[in-house]
Design a protein around this ligand. Structure first.
Ligand SMILES: [Zn+2]
Length: 339
């Protein structure tokens, strides 16, 4: 039995559990997969099972209760959680060094003895946000964690992690969830059936738009890209695409979302041209306009790919997005700009 509030990923969860029970799980594991599919819950479930009175991560008993609180405590009897902090959303060295770590000191914590029947779990959320010095401090212990201590790193941007960290962890990939599964969760969170089609289309097997404000923003962003692609000026249409200082997301995360949405629009444009069904079906009219216009997808697709790979922590969002928008507008045969 498993945490009933956790949807999907059953084969991976089963395999992880069997390896833990056989004491065959690597000391350092990185869980990789799209943003908002429940990777963190999959990691937490392993720790939760050990404190659950029924040993199942039932979700109902007093042992499971601390795992249900929001925000999750930084420390539980068998779990230490390291998460990005501050506006830049960076995991700082203070969380990792040994000396100032009476509480929250990762390396010291990792070396303490585990309670009978449990392991020491160290969860590193958004591991791609470890800054250089934090990552360097972790390197050694990641290579050979103390017996019965496990590091569980979680990230949706493994390419942005330091290679040295990546190479010390066993990589376990999780896939997007089934649309029916994500909708079940959305519906229980209060989403109305009338929103189902566009919510499921945009969510793409993730829970990242569970919050109505996040969903409304993503809708505005898709509309903005389609308007720009249809010829509207960047200045007039780009409002929703630009980072918002008050957003709970770091600026690089906001820009990533905006670029990924355009990636999906362009993928759908290619699909439509080849006569396949659309992921973003509710936006079909706009995507049809794009598919009919004689423009090459290659340029903007490569520009987005390049931007995502090289995204810094605080990108010059406006000029970056303006450049991508330009790539969208280059049509074969359109007159080149006069100097
Ligand atoms: Zn329980």
């Amino acid at each position: 039995m498993f945490d009933p509030n956790l949807q999907g990923h059953l084969p991976v969860r089963q395999r992880l559990l069997e390896r833990v029970q056989a004491e065959r799980l690597s000391g350092s594991v990185v869980l990789v997969g799209p943003n908002g599919i429940g990777k963190r819950r999959v990691a937490l479930e392993l720790a939760q099972r050990e404190l659950c009175f029924r040993r199942t991560a039932c979700g109902d008993c007093a042992g499971c209760k601390p795992f249900k609180t929001d925000p999750l405590p930084q420390e539980l009897p068998n779990l230490l959680r390291i998460a990005p902090e501050g506006k830049a959303g960076v995991i700082k060295i203070g969380a990792i060094r040994e000396d100032d770590l009476v509480e929250g000191g990762v390396i010291r914590w990792a070396h303490q003895a585990s309670m009978p029947g449990t392991h020491r779990w160290i969860l590193v959320e958004d591991a791609h946000r470890l800054n250089g010095s934090s990552a360097n401090m972790l390197l050694k212990i990641l290579e050979e964690p103390p017996p019965s201590t496990h590091f569980l790193l979680v990230t949706h941007r493994p390419e942005a992690m330091l290679q040295t960290i990546r190479s010390r962890c066993e990589r376990i990939s999780l896939q997007a969830l089934e649309p029916a599964d994500v909708w079940k969760i959305a519906a229980s969170a209060g989403w109305a059936a009338s929103d189902r089609e566009s919510w499921v289309a945009l969510a793409g097997g993730t829970l990242r738009y569970l919050d109505p404000a996040a969903f409304a923003l993503a809708v505005a962003q898709v509309d903005a890209w389609l308007a720009i692609a249809a010829g509207e000026s960047f200045a007039a249409a780009a409002g929703p695409l630009l980072p918002d200082k008050n957003s709970p997301l770091a600026q690089s995360e906001q820009v990533t979302q905006v670029l990924e949405l355009l990636q999906r629009i362009l993928a759908d444009t290619a699909r439509l041209r080849e006569g396949h069904t659309l992921g973003l079906a509710p936006w079909r009219a706009g995507i049809e306009t794009l598919a009919r216009s004689p423009f090459e997808l290659k340029g903007p697709v490569e520009a987005i790919h390049h931007a995502l790979r090289h995204l810094t922590r605080n990108p010059f969002a406006e000029s970056l997005l303006r450049e991508i928008a330009m790539a969208l507008k280059v049509r074969p045969g359109s007159p080149s700009k006069k100097p």
